[in-house]
Design a protein around this ligand. Structure first.
Ligand code: ARG
Length: 401
């Protein structure tokens, strides 16, 4: 009888490296490793990751460059919806999980595998995102979670691997648990678990410490078409390139550090450190352009849906019906969100200092206090009387507060 096959989301780290052997010993699986580059990898790194999976016993090792797909199919939606979980977190990891799961499912079908697997523990959100996405797009596949099931400490996993001569990844051992992609970088664990402790500088990689940022502000102009950023300082770029460029420039000014207490879906409050220079900058610009281009009733309704949308993505419901319905609403709102936003990058801030749009609803003739005022102030008197009428009726009847 041939062994069952499983496609494992492979990162190249310790956990998923030992998981390959564990899945063979405990469940009889042949493992196909699948590593996805969503913008976390240094040049050449994915080749090393591919080889490492084979060295650890994978029967096949696949690498996919999904940077463009991640930007176009996932991050672009998050931008349109100004998606920030708890008003702060740009959903870095939450956005990549449905993409990775989609590739796991596709590879499982192509390689005749009955199962997919991930290396998450039982304490986080990522297990939920992988598994609920799989339920939505491939309800018949089995999902294995070897690390959750095995429950080994890091030291025990290393000892287990050494006993079996598994070539576990060596190199600088980060004191933090890191996840990273184009849209940002996340850090947990170690000293960060004390929510009172200030994060040491070595947590950060993509943003400069304020003490080291330039003393001159830098200007950056973003062009949007239908809610999607398409150019930096007039230079057209793919979304993946644009994000990388903004990340680099904003990071140099210390923009994008987020230190927060987060409510995980599994009920735990955790302390999270995020570094998202591009996300913070692009979202500030996009939201500002919407303030110029969206009619006010629509804008208010959209703001209310945005936090719900972020929560759905955070909670692993990317492919759920409500998420799709909100996407349709958001897409409709973006029809006129085209124009330019000028930002100033300086000492940890990305501040909007100007915006313009052919579709802008700002009318100087209505707004001005100078010559050329077209607003008929005589109409205001009657408007205010009627607007306040219910309040007046109430106050007459019930007395003043
Ligand atoms: N707390 C964040 C989230 O739930 C980041 C998770 C990072 N994942 C990881 N395996 N380190 O989206």
């Amino acid at each position: 009888m041939t062994s069952p096959r499983l496609v494992l989301a492979y990162s190249g780290g310790l956990d998923t490296s030992v998981a390959i052997r564990w899945l063979a010993e405990h469940k009889g699986y042949e493992t196909i490793a699948l590593a996805i580059d969503v913008g976390q990898a240094a040049p050449g790194e994915m080749d090393r990751v591919r080889q490492r999976a084979l060295d650890c016993g994978a029967v096949e090792s696949l690498v996919v460059d999904a940077k463009q797909e991640f930007a176009d199919d996932f991050v672009s939606h998050a931008i349109a919806a100004n998606a920030l979980y708890m008003g702060k977190y740009p959903l870095v990891s939450a956005l990549s999980r449905p993409l990775i799961t989609r590739h796991l499912v596709q590879a499982a079908h192509e390689h005749g595998a009955q199962a997919i697997g991930h290396g998450c523990t039982g304490k986080g959100n990522d297990q939920v995102r992988f598994e609920v996405t799989a339920m939505a797009i491939a309800p018949d596949l089995t999902v294995e979670a070897p690390i959750r099931e095995w429950g080994l400490t890091r030291d025990a996993a290393i000892a287990w691997a050494i006993e079996r001569n598994i070539p576990i990844p060596v190199g600088k051992d980060s004191p933090y648990s890191i996840d990273e992609n184009l849209w940002g970088r996340t850090a947990e664990c170690g000293i960060l678990e004390d929510p009172w402790a200030q994060p040491p500088e070595d947590v950060y990689e993509r943003s400069a410490a304020l003490a080291d940022t330039p003393d001159e502000p830098e200007e950056l102009t973003l062009t949007f078409v239908d809610g999607r950023p398409v150019a930096v300082d007039g230079v057209k770029l793919s979304l993946a390139e644009l994000i990388a460029e903004v990340d680099r420039r904003a990071g140099r000014h210390g923009v994008g550090r987020i230190d927060m207490i987060e409510d995980r879906l599994v009920g735990i409050k955790s302390r999270e450190i995020y570094e998202c220079p591009a996300a913070v900058t692009v979202l500030a610009a996009h939201r500002d352009l919407e303030d110029l281009c969206l009619e006010q009733e629509l804008a208010q309704e959209k703001r209310a849906l945005e936090s719900r949308y972020a929560q759905l993505i955070y909670n692993g419901l990317w492919f759920a019906p409500l998420k799709r319905a909100v996407d349709a609403f958001v897409a409709e709102t973006q029809r006129y969100v085209s124009g330019e936003v000028r930002l100033q990058l300086f000492k940890g801030h990305a501040s909007v200092v100007g915006r313009r749009s052919e579709h802008g609803l700002y009318d100087e003739g209505l707004a001005t206090y100078d010559e050329g005022d077209q607003f008929d102030q005589t109409q205001a008197e009657g408007f205010v009387k009627l607007w306040g009428l219910p309040t007046k009726v109430w106050a007459r009847r019930q007395g003043q507060l």
